[in-house]
Write a protein that binds this ligand. Sequence first.
Ligand SMILES: Nc1ncnc2c1ncn2[C@@H]1O[C@H](COP(=O)(O)OP(=O)(O)O)[C@@H](O)[C@H]1O
Ligand SMILES: [Mg+2]
Length: 489
Amino acid sequence: MSLLTKPPVTRKRFSGISTPFFPWLAARLWHFIGAVSVRTKILGIVLGLVLLLGIVTTLEVRAMSQRALTQRLAEQSVSVARDVAARATDLILINDLYALHQLLEETRRNNPDVRYVFVIDPDGAVLAHTFGSGFPAELLAANAAPVDAHHHTVALVTDESTVWDTAVPIFNGQAGLARVGLSAASVQATVRTLTGQMLLTTVMVSAVGIAAAVLLTWIVTRPILELKTAAEAVGQGDLQQQVRPWADDEIGDLAIAFNTMTTDLARAEQERAEREHLRAQLLEKVIAAQEEERRRIARELHDETGQALTSLMVRLQMMNQQCPLPELKPQMEDLRDGLAETLDNIHKLSMELRPSVLDDLGLQAALQRYVQDYNRRYPVQVDLLVVGLEEERLPPPVETAVYRIVQESLTNIARHAHAANGSVLVERRHGRVRVIVEDDGIGFDPQQVARNGRLGVYGMKERAELLGGTLTIETEPGQGTSVFVEVPL
Ligand SMILES: Nc1ncnc2c1ncn2[C@@H]1O[C@H](COP(=O)(O)OP(=O)(O)O)[C@@H](O)[C@H]1O
Ligand SMILES: [Mg+2]
């Protein structure tokens, strides 16, 4: 089977296109919660719990009390209606309507929940009622009880409240029907008062909870904030930071661990500084010894070897003039040319090692001579600009360091940069010496070079830093190279 006939494998991936809802919600929620302070978190938890507990309890108690009170009201309605029916029987039989009326009024007065009481005869005519001027006729049909029933209760919903209306047949219905209506208004009022009180309690407990939470967060976050401040100070290099352990808990342990850490860090830092100091001292000595040695060899080459060769040359010249054998002349000419070349090489070598102009005439003259020679030797055109060194010479260590840095930079340009042009600027200004060596060559990747462990660039940096200065290289492949040096005086 060839690759072409193979069915394409389709893989569907949805992650990243649409995130499932719950992880998304959790992430959003955490994003929100994580953004607020610990204080707000604790306050939120306390307040949320108190409010939730308060509201749920209030609602439950409200529902339970409403149910219990309503049931009691319905039962009361039955007992009042039965009482009226029992006591009305005789009065109806002897047709004493006045006493019947009195009975109904008395019943209404004795129980504040009673909205109305009335009695109807077996034909449905109202015998007595407590409505005063007008009896609401529609009430008659609202409830009834079969003659053999014990009672019959209905809940009538009116504009103001629910009325529990109970009908009880009088004398098995032969003397009529007693009806009593008990209003649920007071039950409602009681439930409302209860709810209000519980809500008030919730609010008060919330207030206490907030106060407690504020105190708690203060206690919890104060040492944490102190640790944070101390950690920031350590981050900025102050290793003397110590924090007070507040309590013998996890945060106290953290404080102790923090203190141990800063103490260790301070000790390590001190050791590092001592080592660094020693290293710098050693390096300074090595560099000074190296310069001294180069100076000595250069002087030796110039004074001893150079002088000896020069006098040899003079004597050869004299021999040549006085020689009676003309066939020896070409050989003596060759000898003289060889000697001149060797002398030139020795001069170059001594210049390279340590030009005496640097010691005798100073940095500006030494650089001028070096660049002149460089432009003759290499196919790179380098311009030199020296500013502010005319009047006063720089301290010898700075002169040497700047000379060596420029020398190494220019050698690098000749060896690596493939550049057409270069420039050297040495400027003394505001108590500092600034050196910039630039080229328009191929550039390089400084990180990769740092990994390769080459010593030229590293040595330049060391020289600048030994004098309390800095050296930075700005370069990119294809973008040329700039070496910036700044040394305080
Ligand atoms: N001006 C420059 N242009 C291009 N590459 C450079 C330049 N200067 C330095 N480099 C690169 O940085 C490397 C490290 O330089 P250096 O530390 O002087 O070591 P070395 O000259 O002995 O190779 C060089 O090998 C070269 O690749
Ligand atoms: Mg080099």
